[in-house]
Design a protein around this ligand. Sequence first.
Ligand SMILES: CC(=O)N[C@H]1[C@@H](OP(=O)(O)OP(=O)(O)OC[C@H]2O[C@@H](n3ccc(=O)[nH]c3=O)[C@H](O)[C@@H]2O)O[C@H](CO)[C@@H](O)[C@@H]1O[C@H](C)C(=O)N[C@@H](C)C(=O)N[C@@H](CCC(=O)O)C(=O)O
Ligand SMILES: Nc1ncnc2c1ncn2[C@@H]1O[C@H](COP(=O)(O)OP(=O)(O)OP(=O)(O)O)[C@@H](O)[C@H]1O
Length: 455
Amino acid sequence: MTNPIQPRLTQVFRFVRCSYANGVAELVYAFDQGEELIERVSFPAPPHLPPERKQAFDAALKLLHLFAGVSYYKAGIPPKIDIADGPLDDATADLLEALYLHGLAEFAYRNGLDLRGRIVFPRTSSSPSPLRGEGHALAQALALPKRTLVPIGGGKDSLVAVEAIKQTGGDATAVWVGNSPLIAACAQRTGLPTLNIQRELAPGLFELNRLGAWNGHIPVTAVNSAILALAAILYGYDSIAFANERSASAATLEYEGQQVNHQWSKGYAFERLLGDWLHTHVAADLDYCSLLRPYSELAITRAFARLTPYFDVFSSCNRNFKILGPKPADRWCGQCPKCHFVFLALAPFLPKPRLLAIFGRNLLDDDTQAAGFDALLEYHDHKPFECVGEGAEARAAMYALSQRPEWQEDALVARFRSEILPQLDATELALEPWLQPAGEHRVPARLQPALAAIG
Ligand SMILES: CC(=O)N[C@H]1[C@@H](OP(=O)(O)OP(=O)(O)OC[C@H]2O[C@@H](n3ccc(=O)[nH]c3=O)[C@H](O)[C@@H]2O)O[C@H](CO)[C@@H](O)[C@@H]1O[C@H](C)C(=O)N[C@@H](C)C(=O)N[C@@H](CCC(=O)O)C(=O)O
Ligand SMILES: Nc1ncnc2c1ncn2[C@@H]1O[C@H](COP(=O)(O)OP(=O)(O)OP(=O)(O)O)[C@@H](O)[C@H]1O
């Protein structure tokens, strides 16, 4: 038996190889000369890959290998990264360095680490590209079928995106990664064709965790995005429409000059980087976008409040999505930042009894939850490390409730009125501005009617 590796003492993280056969992608990594860590991604009923898509498929597979490596790299964060296939072109190395640095920023902050200058992917040129990916010719267009993969996360956002596409007659498939029964139920409820891709982390990672590996948040949306890019080429889709909101681009906090954003790979900077990279390295006609990009969380909860057929199946509570360990008995644990935020953000747009029926309780009439709501409001604390809206939009929602007779007496709303509201600038508390679309997006022309249907 080989000696167990001490993950924090390793020197090299190695991208060993990746392969695909019969619907299964194998992604292989190792630290130093340690045992191979093999992640598998399984695509159901894999079709025969048309030869004209082979080059694009190989490029997407390589990207998935590089992106999914973040789960393993973080276990040891050794000083050197090695890629058996050889060095990356500048645009790819830039993308990877941005993803690992910003996508692991929360991990680094919470572990007291500074990864700046440490994450260096081998590249064919000797210095980082000043062009940041510009200057690459477009990849070949593949005449991909005009249909859309819509990732489903079990929560409200993707369901808003689905309904907008359905409303405008778009050809779409509801797709999800992993084996969550909750997500499966939401996908079924959409009435769209479905596609469920399985992802199995290397069991050796859990062993490394037991041996004291570094651990923490990873940019999982980037991994899901790379899986879906591969799926788009394999099954034939010309677009992948995520449901990432405008607020996802806002940092959770700033620390020693670095922005730390829990949701970095849901943000617009990542969307731009990956969207451009897919156009230049995979297929000129494969679009990657977020259909909800111009919308705030509050605009999305207002849209979701109309989607009553999903109320008994959806949940935004991430405790449902753990790979290991027990799942919560209820779809909403009622204790975590996501439960707090979604309760607060839906409250202005739903009749109160309807909201209480979804959650099975009134989170705003429970003194023990005060600290959780304070963090959402950025009162005495920073925004939680979770997928929640901006502090200012949480304050706008709370202010709206504080003006409504049916909410005013609830413990935490009453406390907001008496204790927090007097310290706030009343001119910054209106709900209405949050309901207007704003900012850039990359939604392709074919999907823009769906974008307009959301508002
Ligand atoms: C469900 C969840 O929140 N998991 C995070 C949690 O993991 P935990 O240890 O409590 O349990 P498991 O989920 O069962 O994971 C076991 C270990 O496996 C490793 N791991 C898991 C998934 C993965 O893709 N890569 C991994 O390396 C990890 O070592 C786990 O300990 O805490 C972990 C440590 O802080 C987090 O890494 C787990 O987060 C998952 C990656 C995850 O899927 N989280 C999403 C719910 C999530 O955070 N989504 C974000 C998206 C933001 C983005 O930019 O992508 C969001 O909703 O805001
Ligand atoms: N397991 C998954 N498979 C595929 N896509 C996923 C998965 N989990 C999340 N996503 C996608 O990632 C994006 C961000 O996830 P997020 O959790 O914010 O959205 P959501 O679950 O739709 O809504 P909510 O904010 O209410 O949780 C969404 O587009 C979502 O569909």
